[in-house]
Ligand binder design. Structure first.
Ligand code: NAD
Length: 488
């Protein structure tokens, strides 16, 4: 693979760029123009087998197996430094492949990836065990060891960031990784692979296999030499992975979907609530697992809130992702756009009222208007199912108990928000919400240092990020050494 902006048609296996065994390729498209961006090698089960073999060898033999935590950390710091050097290249590539505005990839995707690499670089030499005294004639202690070969399978909405959320802690812990990027957005994952080699990561420690979920993805999940599957994606595929992983008893972590309630009480600071609720649902064209897609608004301010949210939705600049002023780009694909349109139709049929948007924009590129439904009920499909598009569903409530009931009446449990000037109400409501993250008087913040994940169900199990992610990529070993025979 060269240094050109667009990757060529090779897979990264065992430190080398090689074609797929089948020789097959697929194309990745620019969703803003519908043009082909690049031709990519298409991995399948044969390549998965070779890559897992390489990752297993790198885990057990060679420099990685004996490298100190400090040395692993230095490689991660070098990856972060190289990413900083190539910042604009990654900003543009992520924007072209996923249709994300450069304003967003510059502010969020790439800085978050750099931060994550640096955070876990710092952890690499701090993975300690404990001495746990049990009896006087034994030395008893625990160590933390690498979990093994990790299959990291990621979606297309934050391609680089989600990949790094898995790779950085896995490498810090001494694991080896086979990364399967989404078929719609393979470009930055391949660039990251090149950057890792340049940073001195030994061969086989990070392998990158673009291709389809049902072929190479499924082969990785079923592979008996994969020790840990770390998946971010849809609930349907997550559950399939859980079933498949059961065959080998493979450890899994699942970051799945959301239908996050964003609760606005009448005593909220309404300007701030409208602004953040708008970006909470329209950021990344609503293609965010934690999008604030169910906006619950107290009766007393409902009409004013809806009018202001609708006005704000209409003012969003939808268009060319590479233009600096654009705040919303296209939907990732024609299929996904049609799915969102289907949901908009279902909302109309179910009797919700469209107060902004509702249509496609133009006929080239997959652009949709930011859409707001009012007068919705929590039992409508637009309130129950994850749309993964720029569609806000506004539902009224009367009082705090009803708000909490509506918020928790969902198969999802990833995130939620509470807006109120009452300082006691925010933590009180937060404690009653079934959600892995609750924001108070803000929406959407994540940070590498804070754990991220759902309370089960359609939102998945386990936590990415923070100290919590170290659990994902380590095994605790108990060591019991008898001192009695030494003394005898
Ligand atoms: P998806 O489940 O279709 O695909 C995700 C990844 O899984 C892709 O790489 C895909 O190729 C692969 N895959 C598909 N079928 C597979 C199989 N049978 N075996 C193994 N791998 C398979 O999801 P998507 O449409 O790419 O992403 C959108 C979903 O991701 C949404 O539900 C969203 O909420 C979720 N998501 C969650 C988080 C989070 O942190 N909780 C973050 C981002 C996205």
């Amino acid at each position: 693979m060269g240094t050109s902006l667009i990757s060529d048609d090779r897979l990264l296996i065992d430190g080398a760029w090689i074609p797929a065994v089948s020789g097959r390729t697929f194309q990745t498209q620019n969703p803003a123009t519908e043009e082909t961006l690049a031709v990519i090698a298409e991995a399948d089960s044969a390549d998965a087998d070779i890559a897992v073999g390489a990752a297993h060898r790198a885990l057990t033999q060679g420099p990685w197996a004996t490298m100190t935590g400090a040395a692993r950390g230095r490689i991660l710091y070098r990856m972060a430094a190289l990413l900083r050097e190539r910042f604009e290249e990654f900003v543009l590539l992520e924007s072209l492949d996923g249709g994300k505005p450069v304003s967003a990839t510059r502010r969020q995707d790439i800085p978050a990836a750099i931060d994550c690499l640096e955070y876990y670089a710092g952890w690499a030499d701090k993975l300690t065990g404990r001495v746990v005294p049990v009896r006087s004639d034994a030395l008893t202690y625990t160590t933390r060891e690498p979990a093994g070969v990790v299959a990291a399978i990621v979606p297309w909405n934050f391609p680089l960031m989600n990949a790094v959320w898995k790779i950085a802690p896995a490498l810090a812990c001494g694991c080896t990784v086979v990364l399967k990027p989404a078929e719609l957005t393979p470009l930055t994952a391949l660039k990251l692979g090149a950057l890792a080699l340049e940073a001195g990561l030994p061969p086989g420690v990070l392998n990158v296999l673009p291709g389809y979920g049902t072929t190479v993805g499924a082969a990785l999940v079923e592979h008996p030499r994969v020790n840990k599957i770390s998946f971010t994606g849809s609930p349907a595929v997550g559950k399939q992975i859980m079933r498949a992983a059961a065959a080998n008893g493979t450890r899994i972590g699942l970051e799945l979907g959301g239908k996050s309630p964003n609760i606005v009480f009448a005593d909220a600071e309404i300007d701030a609530a409208v602004r953040a609720s708008s970006s909470g649902i329209f950021f990344n064209a609503g293609q965010v697992c934690s999008a604030g897609s169910r906006i619950l608004v107290e009766d007393r301010i409902h009409d004013e809130f809806v009018a202001r949210l609708a006005a704000r939705a209409k003012s969003i600049r939808v268009g060319d992702p590479q233009a600096a002023e654009t705040t919303m780009g296209p939907i990732i694909s024609e299929k996904q756009m049609n799915r969102v349109v289907e949901y908009i139709d279902s909302g109309r049929r179910d009797g919700a009222e469209i107060v902004a948007g509702g249509s496609r924009i133009g006929n080239r590129g997959y652009f949709l208007e930011p859409t707001v439904f009012a007068e919705a009920r929590n039992d409508m499909r637009i309130a129950r199912e994850e749309i993964f598009g720029p569609v806000a569903t506004v539902i009224r409530f009367r009082d705090e108990d009803e708000a909490i009931h509506l918020a928790n009446d969902s198969p999802y449990s990833l995130a939620a928000a509470v807006w109120s000037r009452d300082i006691a109400r925010v933590p009180r409501v937060a404690s009653r919400l079934r959600a892995g993250t609750v924001w108070g008087n803000t929406y959407g913040h994540t940070d590498t240092r804070l754990p991220w994940g759902g309370y089960g169900g359609e939102s998945g199990i386990g936590r990415d990020l923070g100290e919590a992610a170290l659990e994902n990529y380590t095994e605790q070993k108990t060591v019991w050494i008898s001192l009695a025979s030494v003394a005898a």
